[in-house]
Design a protein around this ligand. Structure first.
Ligand code: 5GP
Ligand code: MG
Ligand code: MG
Length: 208
């Protein structure tokens, strides 16, 4: 059997090239990142988690769950408070120059706190650089960045990302909350896009 048949909802069968990272592999890796994060934040009683919407919602939920479970199992419980920020920089698969911060513009509750920014994907790093600059203005005690996916591009942003889930080639990916024009967030795997298919079906994947 093709793995794809088990992991794609029926309505996406035509539109996805292949599973790129299966759900179980994502979960294993997220658990590993939770370990690293707990070690680094061990001196703190709590973490202020800043989830970058919409793409970061699954990664953030799973990461926070692992931090809770690992804390319970090791008696080193680390309290997490989750806040959300919505950024918008893409239309279709094109990065637009201006970063819009939608909602949670006032992050003054971050002052003096240990902050973990949780973002699904870091590509050129422009978005993360702008967000870090914004977050720093609120004078947190420390800021770390978790990126599930970091793209291997020239001048890659790896150094911006303290916890890298997977370093991936420069392909457009969807799934596990990452979208193409708001589609495909409901996949629990990371998938290769099949852009050629979508371009032919423009009317079926209109920009929302
Ligand atoms: P950057 O500013 O690092 O170039 O872009 C980061 C943002 O672009 C991410 O937050 C994400 O929204 C979007 N992005 C970059 N690469 C991809 C990709 O392969 N797939 C999807 N769905 N979004 C991407
Ligand atoms: Mg995003
Ligand atoms: Mg998007």
């Amino acid at each position: 059997y093709s793995l794809d048949l088990f992991t794609y909802p029926e309505h996406y069968h035509e539109d996805i090239e292949s599973v790129y990272i299966p759900h179980g592999i994502i979960m294993n890796r997220v658990e590993r990142l939770a370990h690293y994060i707990m070690d680094d934040f061990a001196d703190n009683n709590n973490i202020m988690v800043l989830c970058v919407l919409k793409g970061g919602y699954k990664f953030c939920a799973d990461l926070v769950e692992f931090i809770k479970v690992l804390g319970r199992n090791s008696n080193k419980y680390l309290e997490t408070r989750v806040e959300f920020i919505r950024l918008k920089s893409y239309l279709n698969d094109q990065s637009t120059e201006q970063l819009q911060i939608i909602g949670s513009g006032d992050l003054s509750f971050l002052r003096g706190k240990s902050v973990l920014i949780v973002e699904a994907i870091v590509d050129t790093g422009k978005t993360m650089k702008a967000l870090l600059k914004h977050v720093e203005t609120f004078e947190p005690k420390m800021v770390k960045v978790a990126g599930l996916l970091v793209k291997r591009v020239p001048n890659m942003a790896e150094s911006l990302t303290d916890y890298v889930g997977f370093e991936i080639p420069n392909h457009f990916v969807v799934g596990y909350a990452l979208d193409y024009n708001e589609y495909f967030r409901d996949l629990n795997v990371v998938s290769l896009s099949g852009q050629s298919v979508w371009l032919q079906k423009e009317t079926e994947y209109p920009a929302l």
